[in-house]
Design a protein around this ligand. Structure first.
Ligand code: ZN
Length: 411
């Protein structure tokens, strides 16, 4: 639900656990997020050089509800120099907020730093789970979790990276977790606005007030004038309570069989299975294993720039490709027409990095870094709407991905 009282916009999740407060007079808009009354995020802001977006002027602000999501859009400019423009769209749905942040520098000189979506996580946090930057995963890095110390009189930098970590998940003692994730457009974040590579800055600092999370796609040691084109950054926040995952009710499983061509289900068998008389009154769920399909090499993940150059692919499909989206949407469109389906469960849904440039409409002999979390979230949002009033969709827990965004994917 989204409602406005003067300059205040409130977004409340259906179960009432999450309340986000936004300020319609502020370009960065998001003021705070409370989960079960506990403030877990405060003061989201952008910075251009030493200046935050606070003096920025909002030209247009609107809030609306669309396709099961509460949306807040803001557009405006900074009243100095070449009057750079900032535009932002936030889409809230169960368990997450997805951001599309656009910046047009208009020839403005940026004094060393540019940040998008930095904020404070107030109070005490127990641990931090890090999914490293795409390049670090290519180099053999693995996701890791670390326990966080208590503030003891002086600030401590708990993490500092030059490329954006794909995901950071912070956990309170109560189990409440907040995730900040880079969008699928990793390559945009890593371009450093056209400055030299490795000139981003992503920091987590322990302070007396809580954890300061700084996210700068540009951090350099001199004044820099980016190109006049728009710079877009997508990213997300997600939240949940550790160990609380929505699980399907007790059910009977019908395992989907794939037709001999590898591309579609054996629909006759699916229909027959759901038409069969019930014995115990439990709902009947269709289980679809993503890896059972035959995926063409062009839609599989290329796990590194070297793999792309050598035309090597991983077995898993990349969710940023249209064949994946089309196949799964068609599957749902057919399934909602079949009587007796109690639910749908996907197996082998877990995000991954990929360098195949065509998946993100690019060309580059060295590949283009992206990950397919965004594609999964887009599909899940569509599936929720398409199956509404028919049945629920779930995905099995993905190994190594106990994160809020994945745990609430189809919620
Ligand atoms: Zn891809």
């Amino acid at each position: 639900m989204v409602e406005r009282e003067g300059n205040k916009i409130l977004v409340t999740e259906q179960d009432g656990k999450l309340v986000a407060e936004l300020n319609s007079k502020r370009l960065a808009a998001l003021k705070s997020i409370k989960y079960e009354g506990d403030e877990i995020l405060r003061g989201m802001h952008w910075t251009i050089g030493a200046m935050s977006d606070e003096p920025g002027l909002v030209r247009r602000s609107k809030e609306y509800h669309k396709a099961g999501m509460s949306c807040v859009e803001t557009e405006g400019w900074m009243p100095f120099g070449r009057e750079p423009n900032l535009t932002q769209a936030i889409r809230f749905s169960a368990g997450r907020a997805r951001f599309t942040s656009d910046f047009v520098a208009n020839g403005e000189t940026i004094s060393r730093h540019f940040s998008v979506g930095s904020f404070l996580l107030p109070g005490k946090w127990e641990s931090m789970f890090v999914v490293p930057a795409a390049q670090h995963l290519v180099d053999g890095g693995k996701p890791y979790e670390r326990q966080l110390p208590k503030w003891d009189g002086k600030d401590i930098m708990l993490g500092h990276w030059h490329r954006p970590p794909l995901s950071l998940v912070f956990k309170r003692k109560s189990g409440v977790r907040l995730e900040v994730g880079t969008g699928s457009d990793v390559f945009r974040w890593e371009q450093n606005m056209g400055y030299h590579p490795e000139h981003g800055s992503y920091k987590v600092t322990l302070t007396q007030a809580g954890l300061e999370v700084l996210r700068e796609p540009l951090a350099c040691c001199e004044d820099f004038v980016p190109e006049g084109r728009p710079f877009r950054y997508t990213w997300h926040l997600a939240w949940d309570k550790a160990g609380v995952r929505s699980t399907p009710p007790e059910h009977e499983v019908v395992k989907a069989q794939i037709a001999r061509n590898g591309h579609d289900l054996e629909w006759d068998k699916v229909k027959k299975a759901f038409a069969a008389p019930r014995t115990d009154g439990k709902p009947r769920f269709l289980l679809v294993d993503i890896m059972d399909f035959l995926w063409e090499d062009t839609c599989k993940r290329c796990p590194s720039p070297q793999a792309f150059a050598a035309e090597l692919v991983a077995p898993e499909p990349c969710w940023m490709t249209s064949p994946v989206e089309k196949k799964l949407k068609n599957l749902i469109r057919k399934l909602v027409e079949i009587p007796g389906v109690g639910g749908l469960i996907f197996r082998n849904v877990s995000p991954g990095i990929c360098y195949h440039p065509s998946h993100v409409d690019k060309k580059n002999p060295m590949g283009v870094a992206h990950w397919d979390m965004g594609g999964m979230m887009d599909f899940a949002a569509w599936a929720r709407q398409a199956c509404r009033d028919k049945f629920e969709v779930y995905s099995e827990a993905a190994e190594g991905w106990d994160t809020p965004a994945m745990n609430t994917l189809f919620d």
